[in-house]
Write a protein that binds this ligand. Structure first.
Ligand code: 4AD
Ligand code: MG
Length: 465
């Protein structure tokens, strides 16, 4: 018999009909009961809710019941009935039970509830079986789906940008090398340096830190594109907000200036949050009840306000005048740290902030230069609990100014020659931004550590599973 998923049983009970014989397949969460009847809570991953299976022990025999342990997979066929017990509206009276896969009670690590997040990280292969990770992974899916829907509904095209690249888009140099050379026996040139002409691509290549440069090429033809793919950063920052491998969404829009870019970013992120509230409320309610009592209020509060828009220079004044002692000193020209961003958002304004017009020296080469000669048309969207959730800018469309910015940073014009062609042929005002998917999930789930919103996190010294 084909299984009915639990989410459907609970949401469409009337259509299925009380008294109907159905089949459920899933994993046992708990088994309790007495000598005559066992109550088995089964979860199939389709929802945070379990379905209760009522098992007549005489009918199946003690030996079989003993195999129905936490973690085992089972297939149950039986009649759907209204439940007389507390905590569920319907349950299944088991007619047939098939044990699909045993789970040894001595070794299965998820016997009890209440494991620490640190412990669960050490069993990333099994943690999706917890309620918490079930909620996170369903929300992750929903957010990915919402993102595609948002852009598709607005005429953006999904552009696949390469993962292997020879360009350093952000100019920060924190990249993972990709090579097919034999590391034990590297070919050397006459100066004793590694000879990359012998490598697969004939030059050094890396995993991309951002799809933006290719994204711009797409936008200058299709008008509006977005990328949504994995990006990689070899920065050794062991923080609750950094991953070495993370997914990023990067829309790029021809004929958009910074103002249009800010409007898009704000509308987009609000869309994602309302999508979660509308479509995944059960998951959010669970996380709200058991992990973060302010989660749902916080999500709703974002939808209720216009984001503050403010220049970097004004932000620096606010921070200096705050009288706060920050770990990192505040001065014009220095990059903002998470503590500064969070002060602005959580203490000063108490709502999301879009900071613009940053000093050019702390931002990437491609950003549109302001007339003051000191700042660029950058924009960072800062969120409570997160700090920077989006980074973007209007792009420098003027070839001469862009070449000067590349020279100032001692970057290679040769490496960027194809990118520069977008400014040579039919250049236009354009803008875009990048949303860190992990950071979005961190906000939407209310969790404190980005490692706990990714199925298999990649961080310094950790590439297990
Ligand atoms: O601010 P970033 O570095 O901007 C870019 O890469 C631009 N090319 C985006 C663009 O304009 N198209 O990164 C964008 C976002 C950050 O705001 C943050 O949310 C996320 O990516 N991010 C990270 N998330 C997890 N781990 C890391 N190590 C991250 N680094 C950046
Ligand atoms: Mg940034």
């Amino acid at each position: 018999m084909k299984e009915t998923r639990i989410v459907k049983i609970l949401k469409e009970t009337a259509t299925i009909g009380i008294g109907t014989v159905i089949n459920v397949k899933g994993w046992v969460r708990t088994r309790r009961g007495n000598n005559t009847v066992a109550f088995v809570a089964v979860n199939d991953g389709s929802t945070v809710f379990n379905i209760q299976v009522v098992v007549d022990i005489d009918k199946f025999g003690e030996d079989k019941i003993k195999q129905i342990t936490t973690g085992a997979s089972i297939s149950v066929t039986g009649k759907l009935v209204e439940s007389t017990g507390k905590g569920q509206s319907v349950e299944i009276l088991a007619d047939e039970i098939e044990i699909l896969g045993l789970a040894d009670t001595e070794t299965f690590p998820l016997q009890k509830k209440g494991h620490s997040m640190e412990f669960l990280r050490s069993i990333a292969h099994l943690r999706p079986r917890t309620n918490y990770f079930g909620c996170v992974l369903r929300l992750r899916h929903a957010m990915a789906f919402a993102i595609h829907k948002y852009f598709n509904d607005r005429g953006f095209f999904y552009l696949h940008t390469p993962i292997i690249t020879s360009a350093d888009a952000e100019g920060a140099g924190e990249m993972f090398r990709v090579t097919a050379l034999n590391m034990e026996n590297l070919p050397l040139d006459e100066n004793g340096k590694v000879d990359y002409t012998e490598d697969f691509f004939g030059k050094p290549t890396n995993l991309t830190v951002s799809g933006q440069l290719n994204g711009e090429m797409g936008a200058m033809a299709l008008g509006k594109i977005y990328t949504f793919g994995p990006t990689f950063r070899a920065e050794n920052s062991n923080t609750p907000r950094h991953l070495a491998e993370f997914w990023m969404i990067e829309p790029e829009m021809a004929f958009y200036d910074l103002q249009d870019n800010m409007d898009t970013a704000e509308e987009f992120i609000k869309y994602c949050i309302s999508y979660a509230l509308e479509n995944n409320f059960d998951d959010l309610q669970y996380l709200n009840d058991f992990f973060d009592k302010e989660l749902i209020d916080r999500l709703r509060s974002i939808l209720a306000v216009d984001f503050i828009r403010l220049s970097y220079t004004e932000a620096i004044e606010i921070l200096i005048n705050s009288g706060r002692k920050f770990e990192f000193k505040v001065s014009w020209g220095a990059d903002l740290q998470a503590e500064h961003e969070r002060y602005l958002v959580e203490q000063h304004f108490k709502q999301p902030v879009i900071l613009i017009d940053y000093p050019k020296d702390i931002k990437a080469f491609y950003m549109k230069q302001n007339d003051d000669g000191k700042t660029v048309r950058a924009m960072d969207v800062l969120f409570p609990k997160i700090g920077e959730i989006i980074g973007g800018s209007q792009r420098e469309e003027d070839l001469e100014k862009l070449l000067a910015a590349i020279d100032e940073r001692n970057m290679s014009k040769e490496e960027l020659r194809y990118y520069l062609d977008t400014r040579r042929y039919g250049t236009a005002v354009h803008s875009g931004f990048g949303l860190g998917f992990g950071r979005l999930l961190l906000f939407v789930t209310g969790m404190g550590n980005i490692r706990d919103v990714v199925p298999f996190p990649r961080t310094p010294q950790n590439a297990d599973f």
